[in-house]
Design a protein around this ligand. Structure first.
Ligand code: GTP
Ligand code: SPV
Ligand code: MN
Length: 612
C-alpha cells in the first residue's frame, strides 16, 4: 500500500493577492488566537515577525543594548554573540515536560501527564499578565522547505528576543511561513514566556489533540524554541502517527562514493551522543584520496514518509544547528568549527582574553567562564557542558543542497546507537524490519548534560525518543512496525556503538571521521556486496569486511569491538524483555515475539548427550 502525500488544495484567489491584501486577510484562526493570547498576557506591544535581515539586526541591537547578548571578537568571529543564560536554566527539564492527552493512558509510561483542562488552567495562571510592559513577538515558522508537502507550520508567541533570533536561524521564519499558514489554515500553536526563570514556576506542556504547546519559565533551547523538540518531535510524532509518517530524533547524512552515488543515512543517537558529529564527518585520509564525500542534510531531526516507489523519503525540518559546543574542535569536527566562525549565537560558552568563544576541547586559554566569572577550575568546566552554538545550516561547508529538496532524500539505512561502555558491538545489522524496530526499542545510553539531572547513568532510550515521543511508546512501536507492508522498500536497520571502553576507561574506537568506515560497510550490506557474519543478536562485519587501512587499531581492540558475549547478551535481552513489558498491554505482540526469538537464539537447547 502506498501512502499519498497529504495535498492541500490551494484557493487560487489567495495566491493572487498582494502582500498588503494578504496582511489584511491574515487567517481568522491565527488572528483570533493572537488576540486571545494578547488578552491573557497583556503585552505593551505586539510585533509580527517578518523574518527579514533588518528585523534580525534590530533584535541583535536591542539585545546588545540591554546585555542579553555580549559581542564577541568581531575580527576573529564577525557577527558572533554570546548569551549567558540563568545558571538554573541551561538544559531541557524532562521532569517539568508534560504531554497532556485527554486520556492519561495515551501519554504512556514514557511521559509525564496532566489532565488538559487542569494543565491549561495551571499554565494560563502563569501566563496571566506575564508580558505587561514587554513586547509580544508573533513568529510564524515552517518546519521543512517552504514548498515541501512533508513540511508543517507553526506559530510561536514569545516575549523573549533571544528566542526570536534563534528561531530565525533554526527555522524558515517570517512572511513565507505566514503565507503558507494562510493558504493551509493549519498550524501548531506555541505560547512561550521566559517568566521569572523560577524552576518552581517552569513547565513545558504539550496538548497533542489541540496541536498546542505552552511553555513557561525557561529560555533554554529545547524548552523555549518551540519549533524544535516541542513541535518537530512531541507534537509532530502525533501528527506522523495520524498521517502515516515518522518524526524522529535523527541526523540525515549523504555519503557519496567515488563513483558519484550518494546514499542517505538517518541515525538516531540520544542527546549529546554524536548526531552533529556524524552528520558533518570528514572522511579518513585514504577515503578522501579515493574520492569519498560527505553531505550534511540534518543534525537533529528527521521527518520521513514512504514515497510512491515504496522507499522512505526524509526531510530535515530545521534550517540551522543548535549544537553542543564542548568537544567541537579542529580534530573532531572541523566542519562545525568552520560553520561557527561567523554569524553565530553562542550560549553559555567561556571567553578568552581577546574575547573569542572558548570551550573544553579547543586550544587556547579561557579567562571568563560561562557565568561571566573569572575562570577557576574549582568552579568546574569553563564552558557549561551543555553550552551550544546556533548557526544557519547553510554555513556548513558540507551543507547539502538536497536539504531544500521538497521531496526529501531516499533513505538507504537507519542507524540506532548510544553511549554503551560495554557489551554492544561497534556495529550490527538487524535481520529484518521487525528486528530493527526491536534494536531501536532496546536502545540504551548513558545520560548527558543535555537534560538536567545525573550524567553518565545508563537508561533505556528507545529510538533516542524517550524525552520526545509525544504518545504511548507501545503505540509508537506499533506505528514503526506498520511501515513493513506490501510494496514497501524499507531501509536496512543497524545499531552502532562508538563509545565502547576498554578496562582503563578509554574509548576502544577512535570515532568521529573514522565512523565512515562503519557507514561504508552498511552501504555495502544494503547493496548486497558483502556477506556479513550472522550471530544471534544480528549480522556483524565478517573478517576483512571493515576497511581499516590507515587506522591505528590493535587486533585485540578490533576483536573486542566485534565480539558477542553470550552471557552478557542473555542478561541484556532479558532486561530488554522486562523493560518492554512496561508498555503492556499496548506492546505489539510482534515486538514481544521478536524479543523472545532473540532470547531463544541466545539460549540454544542443550546438546543431546550422545547415545551410547
Ligand atoms: P544533541 O544536539 O544534544 O541532540 O546532540 P548530538 O547527538 O548532535 O551530539 P554531538 O554530535 O554534539 O556530540 C556530543 C558529544 O559527543 C561531543 O562532546 C562529541 O565530541 C562527542 N562525540 C561525538 N561523536 C563521537 C564519536 O564518534 N566518538 C566519541 N568518543 N565521542 C563522540
Ligand atoms: C537535545 O537535547 O537533544 C538537543 C538540544 O538537540 S535541545 O534543542 O535543547 O533539545
Ligand atoms: Mn537533539
Amino acid at each position: 500500500m502506498q501512502c499519498q502525500y497529504a495535498q492541500t488544495t490551494v484557493p487560487a484567489l489567495l495566491f493572487a493577492k498582494t502582500s498588503e491584501d494578504t496582511m489584511a486577510s491574515t487567517l481568522e484562526a491565527l488572528e483570533r488566537w493572537v488576540d486571545e493570547v494578547a488578552a491573557l498576557v497583556r503585552p505593551a506591544k505586539i510585533h509580527w515577525c517578518d523574518g527579514s535581515e533588518a528585523e534580525y539586526q534590530a533584535l541583535l541591537g536591542d539585545m546588545l543594548a540591554d546585555g542579553t547578548l555580549v559581542e564577541l571578537n568581531q575580527q576573529t568571529h564577525p557577527g558572533c554573540y554570546l548569551h549567558r543564560s540563568h545558571p538554573s536554566d541551561v538544559a531541557r527539564v524532562e521532569h517539568l515536560t508534560l504531554v497532556c492527552h485527554p486520556d492519561e493512558i495515551d501519554a504512556g509510561p514514557n511521559n509525564h501527564w496532566m489532565d488538559p483542562a487542569a494543565a491549561h488552567a495551571k499554565m494560563d495562571a502563569l501566563f496571566d499578565g506575564c508580558m505587561e510592559g514587554r513586547t509580544m513577538y508573533v513568529i510564524p515558522y515552517c518546519m521543512g522547505p517552504i514548498a515541501s508537502p512533508l513540511s508543517r507550520c507553526g506559530v510561536e508567541i514569545t516575549d523573549n528576543p533571544y528566542v526570536v533570533a534563534n528561531m530565525k536561524i533554526m527555522t524558515r521564519m517570517g512572511d513565507a511561513a505566514r503565507e503558507r499558514i494562510e493558504r493551509e489554515g493549519d498550524f501548531v500553536r506555541g505560547l512561550h514566556s521566559t517568566g521569572e526563570l523560577d524552576p518552581e514556576r517552569r513547565f513545558i506542556m504539550h496538548f497533542p489533540a489541540e496541536r498546542t504547546i505552552k511553555s513557561y519559565g525557561s529560555g533554554y533551547g529545547g524548552n523555549a524554541l518551540l519549533g524544535k523538540k516541542c513541535h518537530a518531535l512531541r507534537i509532530a510524532s502525533n501528527q506522523a502517527r495520524d498521517e502515516g509518517w515518522l518524526a524522529e530524533h535523527m541526523l540525515i547524512v549523504g555519503i557519496e562514493n567515488p563513483q558519484g552515488e550518494t546514499h542517505y543515512i538517518a541515525a538516531a543517537f540520544p542527546s549529546a551522543c554524536g548526531k552533529t558529529n556524524l552528520a558533518m564527518l570528514i572522511p579518513p585520509e585514504g577515503y578522501r584520496q579515493d574520492g569519498w564525500k560527505v553531505w550534511t542534510v540534518g543534525d537533529d531531526i528527521c521527518w520521513m514518509r514512504p514515497g510512491a516507489d515504496g522507499r522512505l523519503y526524509a526531510i530535515n525540518p530545521e534550517a540551522g544547528f543548535f549544537g553542543v559546543a564542548p568537544g567541537t574542535s579542529g580534530d573532531t569536527n572541523p566542519n562545525a568549527l568552520a560553520s561557527i566562525s561567523h554569524d553565530t549565537i553562542f550560549t553559555n560558552v567561556a571567553v578568552t582574553a581577546d574575547n573569542q568563544p572558548w570551550w573544553e576541547g579547543l586550544p587556547g586559554t579561557p579567562v571568563t567562564d560561562w557565568q561571566g566569572r573569572p575562570c577557576d577550575p574549582a568552579n568546574g568546566p569553563a564552558a557549561h557542558p551543555n553550552s551550544r552554538f546556533t548557526v544557519s545550516a547553510r554555513q556548513c561547508p558540507t551543507w547539502s543542497e538536497k536539504a531544500e529538496d521538497a521531496q526529501g532524500v531516499p533513505i538507504t539505512a537507519i542507524v540506532f546507537g548510544g553511549r554503551r561502555p560495554s557489551l554492544l558491538p561497534l556495529v550490527m545489522e538487524a535481520r529484518n524490519w521487525t528486528h530493527g524496530v526491536l534494536m531501536g526499542a532496546a536502545m540504551g545510553s548513558e545520560t548527558t548534560a543535555a537534560a538536567t539531572g545525573a550524567v553518565g547513568v545508563l537508561r533505556r532510550d528507545p529510538m533516542a525518543m524517550k524525552p520526545f515521543c509525544g504518545y504511548h511508546y507501545g503505540d509508537y512501536f506499533r506505528h514503526w512496525l506498520s511501515f513493513d507492508r506490501p510494496g514497501a522498500k524499507l531501509p536496512k536497520v543497524f545499531h552502532v556503538n562508538w563509545f565502547r571502553k576498554d578496562g582503563n576507561g578509554r574509548f576502544l574506537w577512535p570515532g568521529y571521521g573514522e565512523n565512515l568506515r562503519v557507514l561504508e560497510w552498511m552501504i555495502a550490506r544494503a547493496q548486497g556486496t558483502v556477506p556479513g557474519r550472522e550471530t544471534p543478536v544480528g549480522i556483524l562485519p565478517g573478517a576483512g569486511e571493515l576497511r581499516l587501512d590507515g587506522l591505528d587499531l590493535g587486533r585485540a581492540a578490533l576483536d573486542e569491538l566485534l565480539a558477542v558475549d553470550p552471557a552478557g547478551w542473555q542478561a541484556e535481552i532479558a532486561a530488554i524483555g522486562e523493560y518492554l513489558e512496561g508498555y503492556a498491554p499496548r506492546l505489539p505482540p510482534a515486538l514481544h515475539a521478536e524479543q523472545q526469538r532473540v532470547a531463544a537464539a541466545l539460549n540454544p537447547p542443550p546438546l543431546q548427550a550422545a547415545a551410547g
